[in-house]
Structures are given as structure tokens and as C-alpha cells.
Design a protein around this ligand. Structure first.
Ligand code: SF4
Length: 231
């Protein structure tokens, strides 16, 4: 674990004062919709997913709808989210498992969720926090990964190892909020390219602050996503 001059408590308290993010940036009405939307969001923007699900959720309302779907049609329905062949298969197989094993409901534990096709710890943590108000992990997406490294909260490079570092430093009650707060700051100020350190509330203490002549501790090409689709 890296030693940041900024404590996680300070960072989160500051971000809470700046942003009031929703529990998820994805549009959803029930756990099934959130699960589908989160699977679709792998290597795709939330904005694009929200456009696609606006019509998708009109057409597919139940696990049966996805389980019995014409797979080629489902692929076309989600095509613009990218990786649509894999994602359609994941959603179709997940729906079949929900029907067979969970009586059509979305399970509400990390252990059960990560057994579903296409569902890794990031997706599971998002669903658990937003849909069930449960915190069994921290969702490490591209923004959380970048900000955690820049702020000196971790030296790790993989989402799995970064999540462990973050869980050690973060009050359990904040595990869900961390993701949406870091996304908010990552979109507004600490952007992937040309981070806006001159506008950042952390610029005096941040170990990646441009205004202090510090290097970018993200240390990776910010255009390269480290979040892979679970196959
Ligand atoms: S000072 Fe710069 S690198 Fe550090 S969190 Fe702010 S924008 Fe990101």
C-alpha cells in the first residue's frame, strides 16, 4: 500500500462536500435492470448505456424475456455498447441462471453475483451498493483506478489489488460512495488526459499535482483501460 499525504477520510469528506452523485450513474428501476446495465457498461460509457437501455428495458422486462430472447436480436439490441456478442451471451445465460437458481430474482451477495456470467467484483459491488444498499467490495473502474494512483492511495495497477488497498483505508460505510465520488471528480477535474490540477482542491497535497511539478502517478497510459470483460 502506498503512503498518501492525504488520508482517505479527508479525501472522501472533501468530495462529499463537492459532489452529490446518485448511487449509480446508470438508469435503472429494479435490480435486474441495474445488473443488465452494469454488464453493458464494461468498456462503454454510462451515457451510451443509458441510451441503449431506454429502449432495451421497454422490450425486455423480466428474466424470462432475456432467457428466451433470440440471441441474434439481443445482440443487435445492445450492439452500440460494444462487445455485444459476449454481452448478449452473458445476459442471456445470467437470466437462465436467475430463473433456475434464484426464482427469477437477482442475488444479493458478492459470492453469488460473481458466479454469474460477465459479472466481476466491480459489477457486483455496484449492484450490491445501488440496488441492495450493501457494501461487500469497492467497485474499481477506470476513474477509481486512476485517482487512487494519482492521489497516492495505492501503487498497485490491477483493480483486484487496488480494491484491497482501498478497502483497508476506507470506512465500511463509505465503500459504495467511494466509487461515485471518485467518478465525479475524475470526470470534472482529475480527467484522464490533461488533469486540471490548477482547479483541484487537492492540488497542494496531491503527489501527482501538476501545479507542484509532480509526475502523473497514474503511471499508465490513461487511454488504456485495465478493466477487462470477464469471460
Ligand atoms: S491535484 Fe491533479 S492529479 Fe491530484 S487529484 Fe487533483 S487533478 Fe488529480
Amino acid at each position: 500500500m502506498a503512503q498518501s499525504p492525504l488520508s482517505m477520510d479527508t479525501i472522501l469528506a472533501t468530495l462529499h462536500g463537492m459532489y452529490k452523485p446518485p448511487r449509480s450513474f446508470l438508469d435503472w428501476q429494479n435490480p435486474l435492470e441495474l445488473l443488465v446495465a452494469t454488464v453493458l457498461s464494461a468498456q462503454c460509457t454510462d451515457a451510451r448505456v443509458n441510451i441503449v437501455t431506454k429502449t432495451l428495458f421497454e422490450k425486455y422486462k423480466t428474466p424470462e424475456d432475456y432467457a428466451n430472447a433470440d440471441i441474434l436480436q439481443l445482440q443487435q439490441d445492445i450492439r452500440s455498447c460494444g462487445h455485444y456478442i459476449h454481452k448478449a451471451t452473458f445476459i442471456n445465460r445470467t437470466a437462465q441462471i436467475l430463473l433456475k437458481k434464484y426464482n427469477g430474482r437477482v442475488p444479493d451477495t458478492m459470492e453469488e453475483l460473481i458466479e454469474l456470467p460477465g459479472v466481476g467484483r466491480k459489477t457486483a459491488a455496484v449492484v450490491l451498493h445501488a440496488a441492495f444498499d450493501k457494501r461487500e467490495g469497492i467497485a474499481v473502474d477506470t476513474h477509481v483506478l486512476r485517482l487512487s494512483r494519482r492521489l497516492g492511495l495505492t501503487r498497485e495497477k490491477t483493480p483486484q489489488r487496488i480494491e484491497i488497498d482501498l478497502m483497508r483505508q476506507t470506512l465500511h460505510e463509505e465503500w459504495g460512495n467511494l466509487n461515485t465520488l471518485f467518478i465525479s471528480h475524475g470526470r470534472a477535474v482529475c480527467v484522464a488526459r490533461n488533469r486540471k490540477c490548477g482547479q483541484c482542491v487537492f492540488q497542494n497535497a496531491c503527489p501527482s499535482s501538476r501545479t507542484k511539478g509532480k509526475p502523473d502517478l497514474a503511471g499508465i497510459d490513461p487511454s488504456v483501460s485495465l478493466i477487462h470483460i470477464k469471460k
